[in-house]
Design a protein around this ligand. Structure first.
Ligand SMILES: C[S@@+](CC[C@H](N)C(=O)[O-])C[C@H]1O[C@@H](n2cnc3c(N)ncnc32)[C@H](O)[C@@H]1O
Length: 474
């Protein structure tokens, strides 16, 4: 827990964080939206600590503050409520001096143009401070940091692990790197980290390193030269799985044709590119996303990592290969991967579907998810996911492979999607997977990674092979 260098920061930070929380809670914005549209609200480590920390403990802080209020605040004063939550977070979960936390919160009422709330903020935070000193708080219960429906679902689906899982959701996520082996070697990169006095441990595969402390990317050696990417080990598992499947299935003639169907911003895409290159496997790599703006993100990140990309605006995409004249270049296209026809004339040896999902496996990294996700929003995911798998299956060659992944821990987005697909597609066969990670849970059809392994987010992976000579019934 960082101490606040108080003189550098005034009440402005509390105001920024209160405003960011209000955007998230009132308008359903995400932290990603705040980063993209209100960057100053996240501009210092203290901003980030206060925003992420308050979101992690939002529900319990909300109950605590409410218990001290004589009457609830009006809806239009959500910013004042958020100021109190941020204040209570500082008092209970950080080492920031209590007088600084309280005084800065009180001063922030002026910046918000609500000086009437000065006395109220002061009184509530002082009460909370006194309460925390005079009698021990009840034992922390991670369940209470989740909405009831989510806690119930996790308990139902992980009866033996739910408490641990919910506790893991409130931890800070580690920062893992993927060394870009097209640009440097892991050994060289480790030397650079050591020279920069940045502590790390080795990951489960050679290109993975886990930093002892999160760092701003601008402080990482070789960042601007594209020598590494930030990528959770659960997300890096996609590259491991694809390589397991492809190395045993390498085509005899020509290059492997591969599609990343939901590719932006390209984390897994570039990892696969780097792994194929390192293994000396010839390949033609295609990537789709249904949002044009996000394809620009792929191109931008690719440029930093020194991977050539080619945005193909016209269809069919595959016919343009010769014009691009580079087996190396990753061809990007904008299309709804769940809709036929897709802009390809030839099938693929392997397709990765990293499906849009609830993100319930990444709550510790994206603590806004636990407040924004609703049962209704979750219910809308499986039909989309099923549509993607069904449509993309037609583009897998007989003998080829489809890998389905999500960053969700909920069965309805994972095994249940595959179950319903297998019901309709008799030419699909599950391929058993293995991963060199602790605490991976085999499911009926795939593997479930959980954040209870401190090093990974919660991800699901399943691989299917298309049996030659059989046809899908739908
Ligand atoms: C989980 S993210 C992919 C993350 C990416 N694989 C990575 O590792 O960086 C899902 C992506 O799917 C895209 N998407 C959502 N629905 C889609 C659809 N119907 N067709 C194609 N892409 C879609 C979203 O825009 C989003 O970029």
């Amino acid at each position: 827990m960082a101490k606040e260098p108080q003189l550098l920061y005034g009440p402005g930070i509390r105001v920024d964080v209160s405003r960011a929380l209000t955007q998230i809670i009132r308008h359903g914005r995400t932290i990603e939206w705040v980063r993209a549209n209100r960057l100053p609200w996240l501009s210092t480590p203290l901003h980030q600590q206060l925003l992420y920390g308050t979101l992690r403990h939002y529900l319990s802080l909300e109950r605590l503050v409410a218990s001290h209020l004589k009457k609830p605040l009006k809806a239009k004063d959500l910013d004042i409520k958020h100021l109190m939550l941020v204040g209570a977070y500082q008092l209970l979960h950080t080492q920031i001096a209590a007088h600084a936390a309280i005084n800065e919160s009180v001063s922030a009422t002026k910046t918000l143009g609500k000086t009437w709330a000065k006395g109220l903020v002061n009184a509530i935070l002082r009460n909370i401070q006194r309460q925390s000193q005079s009698r021990p708080f009840p034992k922390w219960n991670p369940r209470l940091e989740h909405p009831d429906w989510m806690a119930d679902k996790l308990t139902d689906q992980y009866p033996d692990k739910a408490a641990e899982l919910m506790a893991a959701n409130s931890q800070r996520a580690p920062m893992s790197l993927r060394i870009n082996t097209c640009v440097t070697s892991t050994q060289d990169y480790k030397n650079q980290l050591e020279a920069a006095a940045i502590g790390y441990t080795e990951g489960p595969w050679p290109e993975a390193l886990i930093l002892d402390q999160p760092q701003p990317t601008s402080d990482l050696p070789g960042w601007s030269r594209g020598e590494c990417a930030v990528q959770d080990l659960a997300a890096q598992s996609a590259g491991q799985i694809m390589m397991q499947l492809l190395s045993s299935n390498a085509v005899e003639n020509g290059a492997l044709r591969l599609l990343d169907a939901c590719a932006a911003p390209g984390g897994k895409l570039f990892h696969i590119k780097e792994a194929l290159t390192a293994a000396g496997l010839r390949h033609q790599l295609y990537a789709l996303d249904n949002k044009a703006k996000r394809l620009d993100d792929i191109a931008h990140i690719g440029a930093r990592l020194r991977h050539s990309t080619h945005l193909q605006k016209h269809t069919p995409i595959s016919d343009d290969r010769q014009k691009i004249n580079a087996e190396d270049s990753i061809v990007l296209g904008c299309a709804d991967a769940g809709e036929s026809p897709l802009p390809f004339t030839q099938a693929f040896d392997a397709i990765l579907i990293d499906a849009p999902c609830s993100g319930s496996g990444t709550i510790r990294r994206n603590p806004d998810i636990r407040l924004l996700l609703t049962p209704g929003a979750l219910q809308q995911m499986p039909p989309q996911q099923k549509r993607l798998v069904q449509n993309l299956w037609q583009h897998v060659k007989p003998g080829g492979t489809l890998v389905y992944s999500t960053c969700s821990v909920f069965a309805e987005e994972n095994d249940q999607v595959i179950h319903s697909f297998l019901d309709k597609n008799k030419d699909a066969q599950v391929i058993p997977l293995r991963l060199d990670l602790d605490l991976v849970r085999p499911t009926e059809y795939g593997l479930q990674l959980l954040p209870t392994n401190a090093l990974t987010d919660g991800f699901y992976y399943c691989a299917l092979s298309k049996m030659p000579g059989l046809v899908s019934s739908s």
